[in-house]
Design a protein around this ligand. Structure first.
Ligand code: F6R
Length: 602
């Protein structure tokens, strides 16, 4: 995800910016750039790819006197990862960097273009700098122009702007995306998280949404909608590893919390008002395709299973799912009317990669759904859709699963549109539900506290059964996998209707059943399956919007008209439960024993 660094002072600015951006590398990016004003002169450098490319481009440049500077690592959302689309974006005499999404950028861009402003990138960010210069041409007042510009923006942003019109000033604004200001004497730093300024600044102020202002002469002036305001700084943490976790105890915890915002990244530019678009695909790619086969491992296999329900039900296309390591040796019959989809967070999983190669040798068209651009699986596939989850550090996958599932849901609608297998009304309902997903993924303090409390009752026993029906069956499999991976307790995912065909023999008070009981899909059916278990004294933790009197423990979720919204909300509950059980057992949450993040061996 994108990162921002800014500095105003007399130190060497290039190094501060590049070192700062390096600290944000772990978030993922595909281009980077810096802009500096020193002695009233603007200088900028941009490069696609790794920061080393930017370092190479700037190796003969030093900035030794007083000046202002901003830098950015970009992770492409609007427009491809090219130098033109990389930040900082230039107007005639100003530069801007921005994280987030300006939702009304197209309207602003249209208005400015009518006045003759020329845009050179495909980004939403470029509108900010042109807007600023548009107002400056009228008022000759930089701060007034900046204030007017940000008042026009809808959406999420953290932004820094520098201009030859005020060569000793950095303008800043924050709404929805993180930004902080660091202080060390007269030196002032900006960053989108702590790490770039740890070891440099001593005090910090974390900007609140709606705050904006400027830094000049060693001072920061802060404003919000009510005018100028005072603020209090606090000492800056000194532990970088802690700061990378944004204050969370574990990367997994951070990744669970960021699912809501990450999901917006997955959808941006793809979920449009009346349809789903993928710039990675063209309609002819699906010519002749009558069947889909999805191949993956572990968590990615579970998202594949979920996708298969959606593809068959909504897009009306037959879909089979295979575990990659099984697929490789089963001598599968592959027909060229089949689209072969691989799903992988890392893009390097050996079994999945080999399955893909087999399908290609059989002449099948291939599509990968992957989180890592340029990974082996992406390179090997005919087409790739990136999940845009950002780097996932916790070995137990969370946000990768959420975003893979979302891509499969979007792909379902894309195919359904193409095949005319969906009515306009149903499509509108699906799109509306999709837009509500980030909300369904929000972790509330109340929910997390509840799961922390509940977790103490689930540290023993002779096993867990996560049960669900339909798309909640793969979610049950995923819930069980998460618990196994980080708690080392035995857990299984099962279709709830299948329990009576064998596993119910295990039922007693020491068998913990985590029942996924959505109200919008087969509620009565799963309810009777859970009653059968309760009658045999199994301990039931029910997750449902509907209170369930036989539950020993109950986590209430929201009533929702769309099963996928219930799916994502329940997914968060199971993730948090596993996390808290693991914490209580004293395990290494982020690096569980025996597991690797990327399984590149067979
Ligand atoms: C589970 C987990 C693994 C991976 C599996 C496939 O939390 O992380 O089960 O899902 O090893 O990895 P990718 O998706 O990278 O192909």
């Amino acid at each position: 995800m994108c990162g921002i660094v800014g500095y105003i002072g007399a130190k060497e600015k290039k190094e501060i910016l590049l070192d700062g951006l390096q600290e944000l590398e772990y978030r993922g990016y595909d281009s980077a750039g810096i802009a500096i004003i020193e002695n009233n002169k603007l200088k900028y450098f941009k490069a696609v790819g790794k920061l080393q490319n930017l370092r190479d481009k700037t190796k003969d440049y030093t900035s030794s006197g007083f000046g202002v500077s901003i830098g950015h690592t970009r992770w492409a959302t609007h427009g491809k990862p090219t130098e033109l689309n990389a930040h900082p974006h230039l107007g005639k005499f100003s530069f801007v960097v921005h994280n987030g999404i300006i939702e009304n950028y197209q309207n602003i861009k249209d208005e400015l273009q009518k006045e003759g402003v020329r845009f050179i990138s495909q980004t939403d960010t470029e509108t900010i700098v042109h807007l600023f210069e548009h107002y400056y041409a009228k008022s000759n007042d930089s701060f007034d122009s900046f204030e007017k510009s940000i008042s026009k923006l809808d959406g999420a942003y953290a932004t820094l702007l520098i201009s030859e019109a005020s060569p000793d000033t950095i303008f800043f604004a924050k709404n929805g995306s993180p930004m902080l200001i660091g202080f060390d004497g007269d030196d002032i730093y900006f960053a989108s998280s702590d790490t770039p300024i740890i070891g440099k600044a001593k005090e910090v102020y974390y900007l609140e949404d709606g705050e904006y202002g400027y830094a000049k002469d060693g001072e920061v002036k802060l404003f919000d909608k009510d005018g100028e305001k005072s603020f209090t700084t606090k000492p800056l943490a000194t532990d970088k590893a802690m700061a990378q976790k944004d204050g969370y105890r574990f990367f997994m915890e951070k990744e669970i919390y960021e699912q809501s915002s990450v999901m917006s990244d997955t959808m941006i530019g793809r979920v449009l008002d009346d349809r789903v678009e993928f710039e990675e695909l063209d309609e002819s790619f699906f010519d002749g395709i009558e069947n889909i086969k999805i191949c993956a491992c572990g968590t990615s296999y579970h998202s594949a299973l979920t996708g298969a329900y959606l593809l068959e039900r909504v897009a009306k296309i037959p879909c089979q799912v295979e575990i990659a390591s099984e697929f490789r040796y089963k001598e599968p019959l592959l027909r060229d009317n089949t689209l072969f989809i691989t799903i992988s967070q890392s893009g390097e999983t050996a079994d999945t990669l080999e399955a893909l190669k087999m399908a290609k040798r059989a002449g099948l068209k291939s599509l990968s759904i992957c989180n890592v651009d340029n990974s082996s699986i992406v390179r090997e596939s005919d087409r790739a859709i990136l999940t845009r989850a950002g780097i996932e550090k916790g070995v137990a996958s969370t946000k990768a699963f959420a975003t893979q599932t979302m891509v499969l849901w979007m792909l379902t609608l894309y195919i359904a549109q193409r095949e005319n297998s969906i009515t306009k009304e149903i499509l509108a309902q699906e799109l509306d539900a999709m837009r509500h997903t980030p909300k369904a993924l929000k972790v509330t303090e109340k929910l997390h506290n509840k799961l922390t409390r509940l977790s103490k009752r689930y540290l023993h026993g002779h096993g867990f059964f996560f049960i669900g029906r339909d798309i909640f069956f793969p979610l049950a499999l995923e819930g069980a996998l998460k618990l196994k991976e980080i708690s080392y307790l035995h857990a299984e995912g099962y279709p709830s209707g299948e329990m009576k065909h064998g596993p119910i023999a295990l039922a007693d008070s020491e068998l913990f059943t985590i029942a996924l009981m959505p109200k919008s899909l087969h509620y009565e059916k799963i309810k009777s399956n859970v009653e059968e278990l309760s009658a045999r004294d199994a301990t039931i933790l029910a997750i449902s919007p509907e209170p369930f009197e036989l539950a020993d423990d109950f986590v209430q979720t929201q009533y929702s008209s769309h099963p996928m919204l219930e799916f994502f909300e329940m997914m968060v509950v199971t993730q948090l439960l596993s996390l808290e059980v693991s914490v209580r057992l004293g395990n290494d949450v982020d690096m569980p024993r025996n597991l690797a993040k990327s399984v590149t061996v067979e």
